[in-house]
Design a protein around this ligand. Structure first.
Ligand SMILES: Nc1nc2c([nH]c(=O)n2[C@@H]2O[C@H](COP(=O)(O)OP(=O)(O)OP(=O)(O)O)[C@@H](O)[C@H]2O)c(=O)[nH]1
Length: 146
């Protein structure tokens, strides 16, 4: 009999911004934060009753000052695990691909961003669930014309 987990999952939306050269924007978490210094896809937690695409667009605006339309966010991959740091609950991260946005990424204090090609992306140090997300993304990028 499987153990029933009664903790509410934490739902997170994340975005792979792809530029004209096929590079992916990654964000480095501030040192001292949970997963400090690691590279992740920009994004964040869904607010109550918020649709994943809407959360993803909101997080891009809040974290990087970028404007995107939720309709320009294409579902690409998801990863499931458990939260690290504070608490221990199921964690589900939904990754979208986006090739159209307005603005130049401006990371918040302590964070930084970089554009990475597929080989570089695979070699970055990331939080645990960003690895399967990156793997899923790279398969999609290989198979498509993004
Ligand atoms: N991207 C990513 N986030 C993870 C992983 N594991 C894990 O617990 N998280 C947590 O998922 C949450 C992502 O939401 P967020 O991006 O809005 O969080 P945040 O940096 O503002 O930090 P916060 O939790 O202090 O508000 C964070 O609490 C982060 O620590 C993982 O493998 N990848």
């Amino acid at each position: 009999m499987q153990h029933l987990d009664r903790a509410e999952p934490l739902w997170v939306s994340a975005v792979a911004l792809i530029d004209a050269a096929g590079r992916v924007l990654m964000q480095r978490r501030p040192l001292g934060a949970v997963h400090g210094g690691l590279w992740e896809f920009p994004g964040g937690k869904l607010e109550p009753c918020e649709a994943p695409e809407v959360a993803a667009a909101r997080e891009l605006q809040e974290e990087l000052g970028l404007v995107t339309a939720p309709t320009d966010l294409v579902p690409a991959a998801f990863a499931s695990g458990r939260t690290d740091g504070r608490g221990d609950r199921p964690l589900i991260i939904m990754l979208f691909v986006c090739t159209r946005w307005a603005g130049t990424p401006e990371p918040q204090a302590g964070a930084s961003v970089g554009w990475y090609g597929p080989t570089q992306l695979a070699a970055l140090a990331m939080p645990p669930l960003d690895y399967p997300l990156a793997e899923g993304l790279l398969k999609i990028l290989q198979a498509s014309a993004f």
